[in-house]
Write a protein that binds this ligand. Structure first.
Ligand code: BGC
Length: 725
């Protein structure tokens, strides 16, 4: 199977086979490793220029000095904010801005998107990933990759795979069972490769089931290349390689950065000593040059950085940030009026040191930043008096005094906006958070302010879930995530109703850390992280285990109201090889324009039960969604597409079964009960026959309609050509 060509460019411009064969052994080895932090080698005699890579997901970082980008970049919302948009179009437009900026920085390879999953709320890089759900992540990754590659920049999907902890990330092993690996953690990568035709993959630092990924021929060759048809190149995470032979044989193409640790000269030695066939180097060079040629990088040497700050990018990023904001609670307090408000008390550290992005390699230097306090001052009418109290001190020691000053400030105020959260130090690559509580006594600040002024708006500026233990006492809570350089303006837009809070939770907000699926197996011990919850990530866990949550996956309020009408499936029975679409009418029954996200979850027969001889299925799983914007009174019909993969599970096969039966022939120990027929000899995606429930609603916990469909199931593995829908 061929990876779809994501680009419209007609064919390749250079004969890559000829070019590869013209490279000497030393040149091929030199191409296999960066010449510095970001660039690949150039070969003037063959007209092969250097190709420059850049981080990262929320902006094109370009060259860095002291970990900070030297030239500014448009900072788009971080991935958990983009995930909350549930809108592939927004994601595609946002990544297109990053790709254009990458070009302005002379780069042709973007080190994004990050598609690992929100397995645990304390993982330091949750902000950099879209969701806890692999289908939402996969579909948004497809959009992100398209936005990048349509602009002739290589997208690099990362980190392949199971990179869901920072603690000891370079050594730990993510120990995950094969079914969870396929159904959850590999799925976003499968979307990226098979649906979007991503051109590069970055391996993760961690091991998977004991094997370092750059050395893992099963993952890199069997799954990625042979099963999925990946035709691009595979690079390491930065310095994430230790072996020469294993990695080259597994199919790892590029070591980054340079100078070499394992590739380069060591590959020459390996070939000369007869340990490695030179054909491996031919393939590596061929794959890299093919991709470089596909995006036109062979005709475009890196230039100096000249990023532009465009009005239209600012406007788009501002809308995108609002589209991802989730209005968690609102008893009618929001939106505030922009005029005649009287005295507004603004409280909280994040009002004047806004967190627009997380820390680590995703960090960029934005063209400019504005604080929400500044944005409020600009937007509210001049008759409004705005006071500000930070509420917590920097070191957490003088907090009682600070908190009291904030409580005094909100007494008698006409409106209170309380802005709390984390920042790029509390949420960062390289380490995990230690607690879900807000840092620096901010939970205490919120409790005290809510007690003094119950009708305060609480704005939560974090990239990942925080505990929200005071949520029941808050009249309005707005989750803003790390919304990029325009976040301050977007917050004010939503507060005063200029913009709809368009987001829905891409990740469950739990009651407490002890309820979370990976509690007890995060961040791991003795270099092992056991994915002990297996299939039950996120809402799959809370629902199947019947645990209460603070706010459910998919939840988010609008400033208007919607009615979801009766869904109509295109067929009542899904036959083998068939597909199914569900038409769902949606009406805006409120008084202003707004956005609704229609979500479709599939519940398999017997879901959530331990079935003797059957397959365990989570209670229900997201399989399709659509976001619509409607004027008051307007109705539209969304179409949600499903295919057999939407009903399938991955069967790991039981090849030991015949030998197990032969060991005790005629055994009576089963007391006459027939063994399960599901001891299959071939692994793959299977669909069991039965009645499946399609649960359609506005969150995993708010289901408006349930429709039954019969699924026939052929008993055979699904065709390998069937893409995840
Ligand atoms: C990160 C990658 C990043 C790379 C280059 C690594 O530490 O894990 O995501 O692309 O650095 O900055």
């Amino acid at each position: 199977m061929q990876t779809p060509d994501p680009r419209t460019r007609a064919g390749s411009r250079r004969d890559i086979a000829v070019l590869t064969s013209a490279l000497t052994l030393e040149e091929k080895a030199a191409l296999s490793v960066g010449i510095d932090n970001w660039r690949t080698a150039s070969f003037a005699r063959l007209g092969i220029p250097s190709v420059k890579t850049t981080d990262g997901p929320n902006g094109a970082r370009g060259d860095i000095r002291d970990h900070v980008s030297i030239t500014p970049s448009v900072c788009i919302p971080s991935a958990s904010s983009l995930g909350a948009t549930w809108d592939p179009q927004v994601v595609e437009q946002a990544s297109a801005i990053v790709a254009r900026q990458a070009r302005e920085k002379g780069c042709r390879v973007l080190l994004a998107p990050t598609v690992n999953l929100h397995r645990h709320p304390l993982w330091g890089r949750n902000f950099e990933c879209f969701s806890e759900d692999p289908v939402l992540t996969g579909k948004l990754a497809v959009a992100y990759i398209r936005g990048v590659q349509e602009n002739d920049v290589v997208a690099t999907i990362k980190h392949f795979v199971c990179n869901e902890v920072e603690h000891e990330r370079n050594t730990c092993s993510s120990d995950v069972d094969e079914r969870a690996l396929r159904e959850l953690y590999l799925l976003p990568f499968e979307y990226g490769v098979r649906v979007a035709g991503v051109l590069a993959v970055m391996t993760s630092y961690n091991r998977v089931n004991g094997n370092f990924v750059p050395d893992d021929a099963r993952l890199l060759d069997d799954v990625l290349r042979k099963e999925w048809g990946f035709a691009g190149f595979v690079m390491t995470d930065w310095s994430g390689i230790a072996t020469t032979l294993e990695a080259a044989k597994a199919g790892l193409d590029l070591e980054m950065p340079g100078p070499a640790r394992a590739y380069g000269p060591a590959l020459v030695d390996a070939v000369r000593s007869g340990q490695l066939d030179e054909s491996h180097l031919d393939q590596m060079a061929h794959r890299m040059l093919t991709v470089f040629d596909q995006v036109g990088a062979l005709d475009d040497p890196p230039t100096d950085e000249h990023p532009e700050d465009r009005e239209e990018d600012r406007a788009f990023v501002r809308h995108a940030a609002a589209d991802g904001m989730v209005l968690l609670a609102n008893d009618g307090l929001l939106p505030l009026s922009a005029s005649g408000l009287g005295r507004v008390a603004v409280v909280g550290p994040n009002a004047d040191r806004l967190a627009i992005m997380g820390g680590g390699s995703a960090g960029v230097t934005p063209h400019y930043v504005l604080s929400p306090l500044g944005a409020l001052r600009e937007r509210l009418d001049s008759a409004t008096e705005i006071t500000y109290a930070t509420g917590v001190a920097g070191d957490g020691v003088a907090d009682a005094v600070s908190i009291q000053a904030a409580v005094d400030a909100v007494q008698g105020a006409d409106a209170v906006v309380l802005m709390v959260g984390t920042d790029d130090v509390w949420e960062s690559e390289g380490y995990d958070r230690e607690s879900m509580e807000l840092p620096r006594n901010q939970d205490e600040l919120v409790r005290r302010v809510l007690a003094a002024h119950p009708r305060s708006v609480v704005v939560v500026n974090s990239g990942a879930p925080v505990s929200l233990g005071w949520a029941d006492n808050a009249a309005a809570i707005l989750q803003t995530w790390f919304g990029g350089q325009e976040l301050a303006n977007a917050i004010v837009d939503v507060l005063v109703g200029d913009s709809e809070p368009g987001g829905r939770l891409p990740t469950t907000l739990p009651m407490c850390i002890e309820h979370t699926p990976a509690f007890g197996s995060f961040p791991g011990e003795s270099s092992r992280v056991r994915y002990s919850e297996s299939l039950l990530i996120g809402y799959r866990w809370y629902e199947t285990r019947r645990l209460p949550v603070r706010f459910a996956f998919g939840h988010g309020l609008s400033y208007t109201n919607f009615e979801i009408g009766i869904p109509r499936p295109s067929v009542a029975k899904l036959e083998p090889g068939g597909s199914l679409s569900v038409a769902v009418p949606v009406t805006n029954v409120g008084g202003r324009r707004g956005a609704e996200v229609v979500q479709l979850y599939v519940a398999a027969p017997g879901a959530g039960q331990s079935l003797t001889g059957g397959r365990f299925r989570p209670l229900k799983e997201l399989r399709a969604f659509a976001k619509v914007w409607l004027d008051p009174g307007e109705t539209t019909t969304v179409t949600l597409a499903l295919n057999e993969r939407s009903f399938a599970y991955y069967d790991i096969a039981d090849t030991d079964w015949p030998a197990l039966c032969a060991r005790l022939p005629g055994s009576v120990y089963n007391h006459g009960h027939a063994p399960s027929p599901l001891h299959r000899s071939a692994s793959g995606w299977y669909v069991d026959a039965g009645t499946y429930r399609l649960c359609i609603g506005r969150s995993s916990a708010d289901i408006a309609h349930v429709v039954d469909v019969e699924v026939t199931g052929s008993g055979s593995p699904l065709a390998s050509s069937l893409l995840p829908q």
